[in-house]
Design a protein around this ligand. Sequence first.
Ligand code: SF4
Ligand code: SF4
Length: 430
Amino acid sequence: MTTPFAIKAYPEMWEGLDMDVARFDKARQMLGTAYEKMYLSQSNRPQAMAYFDDLMAEIFGRRIEELLAVKKEGRPVVGTFCVYIPEEIVVAAGGVCVGLCGGSPGSIPDAEKILPRNICPMVKSAYGFKAGKICPYFQAVDFVYGETTCDAKKKTWELLDRLVPTYVMEIPQMKKGRDKTLWLEEIGDFKAKVEEVCGTTVTADNLAKAIVVINDKRRALQRLTKVRGSNPAPISGKDALLIEQMAFYDEPVRFARQLNELCDELEERVRSTTGVMPASAPRIMVSGTPMALPNWKVHNLVETAGAVIVNEESCIGTRYFKDLIDESRTNLDQQLEALTDRYMQIDCSCFTPNNERVDQVLKEYRASNAQGILHYSLQFCHTYNIEEIKIREACEKEGIPYLSIETDYSPEDVGQLQTRIEAFLEQIRG
Ligand code: SF4
Ligand code: SF4
């Protein structure tokens, strides 16, 4: 008899982090149940997913212990909310970067005590985790670094600063020469702040090493994306999404090693045409706003309906890892410029114009051998919701089956989404 899956409890450690332990413990149990139902019920999973299942079981335990050990050594733990924040600089300074984006409805009521209701659930969920003291990552960070990508985020940081030291990086909204100059200066300020807090200096040498560490993580994620282009798909979209989410929590060297091990197995599956679903299963690419842990809502609906998700064009997805940093630069100024160049390639909808994202969506659609695109927008995310029009037009022009959904984290619209997704899959099946 197999033991039921559980996310391990570390009440004493959580107490030490000044958490609302009783409330958090209920959330931990619910998350464990949801994971068991959605993840462990899948058939024919790759064996190397065992590492990521274990990571999930220890997400609020062993990984937090590791972060606390880092802090004990005098190294900082920095929380971020956006893939524009250059984690290489934190790693170069000896620190650890963790993603704090919120993907759960459980913390939203805490946020709505102060924030307006009509802002994106990701921002509310993240803020609520801190306000309600129900996230050990938020409790463990030394400071957080926000950004000025969208209005909801940049105004929330002013309030978040009352709860945890919050610094803000100005992200340009265009990509002209002067925007690059601003962006380079912002990266310099970020480096100075990290050095000040860490008490260490970012040198050409430690930055070069950090660039390789994070590039290696991105290379492993690229490898995972590539292998998903095979039919039958060797891994489910749900598992791939989980890995992309874990990329923001796990120790980067270990994560890349384990993911490469999984990719070895997946490549072997491709050679032997072993899939998680039959080759006839509709292949769907998701594009749009990021799905932060534990937001598995749409992937679960699509894959429960018999299709497979083969790509996420998203910040928790390819936008995080499609571009690497030039490793050939040897002096600090050149390295900071290389960082700037790489980060300026991110095609978030907060930029205008952002036509390169439309091209990128089409490119990834072809590379993933998908048969349809599901555009995913979080409610009240104006930039992605409006940019969706251009993605839809491009899909119409190319004859790509297309479905756009706008949703939040609540289960209320699940029935309606299920009906729309099933109709979309029928259209693809012909
Ligand atoms: S969608 Fe935009 S704001 Fe959100 S994480 Fe990605 S780059 Fe940052
Ligand atoms: S999903 Fe949209 S509204 Fe929400 S934080 Fe990201 S860019 Fe802002």
